[in-house]
Write a protein that binds this ligand. Structure first.
Ligand SMILES: [Zn+2]
Length: 343
């Protein structure tokens, strides 16, 4: 694989339950002078989401600043066969093994991580449960332990799984291109009736499935034309279990496990975090997928446990994913993340 002057080695790893997953290791002409950084994507996308067609994406930016960049394709990735994943499974089986693999391949004694959305919620679960002790600094974007959404999104995510679970075990923004079932056609019709903000049907489907914004996942003005086109191939399968877990967590105000697994917390705001990591919480101020108060709440939670150690960065004029995909993120967002990595 290649991306500009950067190429990628695919490094396979086996999750704790035997699922085959992989890491993309960025290789550039310049040898890394700093330690490994693991990037973890959100739900229903893939590692590729960090490689938007912008002048400088986050991988190129971190590489050019000397970091050894690794991208994790965990079980929610479009590059993994569709499966009924939960955040618990990702937290217990995927992230700890991905971290172990990076440590094994690099010989580093500690690593840093940049985690986004449901890659962030599940990775935070790993951290709080003490399953990724090698990670000493974590940049979390959009949401971590305290998911908060708009009132309309909350009503929708409470109704949606109950309403459609008997019709389909999953949702998929690719239905915009090829609706093959009743639910796919019905969703497409509903999206076309309620979304008129642009002419990209996958973009509008993601807005419908991931919340209630127009659009939900970015501010259109932050994307270049190529990225708005490119994202059509970057969204796929989302199992109903995930919507159920998220609706329960949103109703409670913080993350809840759903699988009842042994030696794993059930309520993630009611256990002492088993991590020494420093957290830098980020959110776009205009994020309408998860409101910025989500990250504010988690920052305050960790700040109470260890005052003046963790930080929060709310970035003006940015939404959810344009924090990474935005045409000017290289000037507006990445330097703030770099400053946190280098503190
Ligand atoms: Zn659009």
């Amino acid at each position: 694989m290649s991306e500009g002057s950067i190429t990628f080695d695919v490094v396979e790893f086996t999750a704790g339950d035997g699922m085959q997953l992989n890491l993309l290791h960025a290789i550039s002409d310049k040898k890394p002078t700093k330690g490994p950084v693991l990037l973890v994507h959100g739900a229903g996308v893939r590692a590729n989401i960090f490689l938007a067609p912008v002048e400088t994406n986050i991988v190129e930016y971190l590489s050019s600043h000397g970091y050894d960049v690794w991208l994790e394709n965990w079980r929610a990735s479009m590059d993994v066969a569709p499966n009924p994943w939960t955040l618990d499974q990702a937290a217990i089986f995927d992230h700890p093994k991905a971290v172990e693999k990076v440590v094994e391949m690099t010989g580093a004694t500690s690593i840093k991580a940049i985690i986004h959305c449901q890659g962030s919620t599940s990775f935070m679960m790993s951290a709080v449960a003490g399953l990724v002790p090698q990670v000493d600094m974590i940049i979390s974007n959009a949401v971590s332990l305290h998911p908060v959404v708009t009132t309309f999104s909350k009503i929708k995510i409470n109704i949606l799984p109950k309403l459609v679970a008997f019709l389909t075990p999953y949702m998929n923004p690719q239905w915009a291109k090829k609706p093959k079932s009743f639910i796919a056609w019905a969703t497409k019709l509903l999206v076309e009736l309620t979304h008129h903000e642009c002419d990209n049907t996958v973009c509008k489907h993601t807005s419908f499935i991931y919340g209630s914004g127009h659009p939900t996942l970015w501010r259109h003005e932050n994307l270049n034309r190529e990225t708005h086109q490119w994202l059509s191939d970057e969204f796929g399968f989302l199992p109903m279990q995930f919507f159920t877990q998220m609706s329960r967590s949103i109703n409670r105000g913080h993350l809840l496990a759903i699988d009842n697994r042994p030696n794993f917390p059930t309520d993630f705001a009611e256990v002492t975090p088993k991590t020494e990591a420093r957290f830098a919480f980020f959110s776009g101020k205009d994020n309408v997928c998860f409101l910025p108060v989500s990250q504010q709440n988690t920052f305050e939670y960790f700040n109470k446990l260890r005052p003046n150690f963790h930080t929060i960065n709310i970035v003006e004029n940015y939404g959810h994913l344009c924090m990474f995909m935005g045409k000017n993120a290289v000037n507006d967002v990445f330097p703030r993340m770099l400053a946190e990595l280098e503190k």
